[in-house]
Design a protein around this ligand. Structure first.
Ligand SMILES: Nc1ncnc2c1ncn2[C@@H]1O[C@H](COP(=O)(O)OP(=O)(O)O)[C@@H](O)[C@H]1O
Ligand SMILES: [Mg+2]
Length: 333
């Protein structure tokens, strides 16, 4: 059975909704050589947006590289993975990657393997010991390759705030900024969910990444786009949903992209051929049930103040909270 809705991993292609304004701004930044910092709470669509921009790119001189800092352990590991993604993304064939490595980084000994994701047909690994000795060289590698090949490299880094947690994280940030600011042919898209950490990194005047580029706070997706999407996805199958019921799904999930997709999938399961009000109600029960353990765990980890805020919101006292407090709640997860 084909997937009707998508949640739990990035959405792109058929499963991607709107974000036209954000796409335009990020692409204009890229083309103007301006780096972008993209911030939103988790599951609002940062990774999907950047992935979609890369998928839609038709300019063959623009090469996108992706690094998820969630999986990077420390500074040395960063250099290793950074070098790997740069070599991988600037060539399509293994032979070309091998040629580039011997041309640009003779001291690195690559090992190749079969890729285990849809996007990757091969894997490239370097040894930690090899990259350790040449961090400066590795940081400037993309600029060097971009100039030589007459291309522009877009380096996209997910959960970027994680570098602040490395030991000597501040010194590392200084090092990165010192090199990156001289890059004319490489542009960075840095994104993450930890608002306070990212704000510290990019908006405090003493921090190395102060005023590094353009910051974009991702909002939720507008209602009418999500409603049209739900109707469209149902129509790709033998089932139908009315606009008013699709609207109910979106309203109930307050336009949250992840939950809209999940709820819509459950409504689709419950629907025979035409969605009924009762299908919507039953699906909501299923949805709440599937998240209960997670919410319970989350709730138990909250401070008394945070619990009180949540209770106030549940009681409909949203107006009494400052916008700063509401913002903080959204970034809780
Ligand atoms: N533009 C979009 N169109 C459709 N679904 C989206 C979109 N953005 C996010 N989603 C949904 O939200 C989920 C989380 O998106 P993701 O890009 O992983 O968010 P983040 O990186 O901000 O945590 C995705 O699995 C998808 O279901
Ligand atoms: Mg993400």
């Amino acid at each position: 059975m084909e997937k009707v809705f998508n949640f739990g991993n990035v959405s792109f292609g058929e499963m991607f909704v709107n974000r036209e304004a954000e796409k335009k701004r990020i692409i204009l930044n890229i083309k103007s050589g301006i780096s972008t910092t993209l911030v939103s709470p988790r599951r609002w669509g940062k990774s999907s947006l950047v992935k979609q921009i890369a998928k839609e790119n038709t300019d063959s001189n623009l090469k996108f590289c992706f690094l998820d800092l969630f999986s990077v352990k420390d500074e040395q590991d960063f250099y290793r993975q950074y070098a790997e993604i740069i070599f991988k993304s600037t060539a399509t064939k293994i032979e070309d990657v091998a040629t580039n490595i011997s041309k640009y980084a003779k001291s690195l000994i690559p090992s190749f393997g079969f890729g285990n994701t849809i996007d990757a047909d091969f894997e490239l690994k370097f040894r930690l010991d090899d990259v350790k000795n040449s961090p400066e060289y590795i940081l400037n590698l993309p600029e060097k390759i971009a100039i030589d090949k007459n291309i522009k490299i877009v380096i996209c880094m997910d959960e970027f705030q994680n570098i602040a947690d490395f030991s000597l994280g501040l010194a590392f940030q200084k090092k990165l900024r010192a090199h990156w600011q001289h890059h004319q042919h490489v542009v960075y898209v840095l994104y993450g969910s930890k608002l306070s950490m990212l704000s510290d990194m990019f908006h405090k005047s003493k921090m190395p990444f102060y005023k590094f580029g353009d910051t974009l706070f991702l909002t939720k997706i507008e209602k009418h786009h999500l409603v049209a999407y739900i109707i469209r996805r149902f129509e790709t199958t033998e089932k139908r949903i009315s606009a008013s019921l699709a609207e109910k799904i979106v309203d109930k999930m307050e336009c949250h992209p992840h939950y809209v997709q999940h709820y819509a999938q459950l409504v689709w399961y419950n629907t025979q051929t035409e969605t009924q009000e009762s299908d919507i109600i039953a699906a909501l029960e299923d949805l709440v049930q599937s998240y209960s353990p997670m919410f319970q765990q989350l709730f138990e980890s909250l401070s008394r103040t945070q619990v009180n805020y949540l209770k106030a919101i549940a009681d409909g006292q949203k107006d009494q909270l400052t916008s700063k407090e509401i913002m903080a709640l959204q970034y809780l997860e």
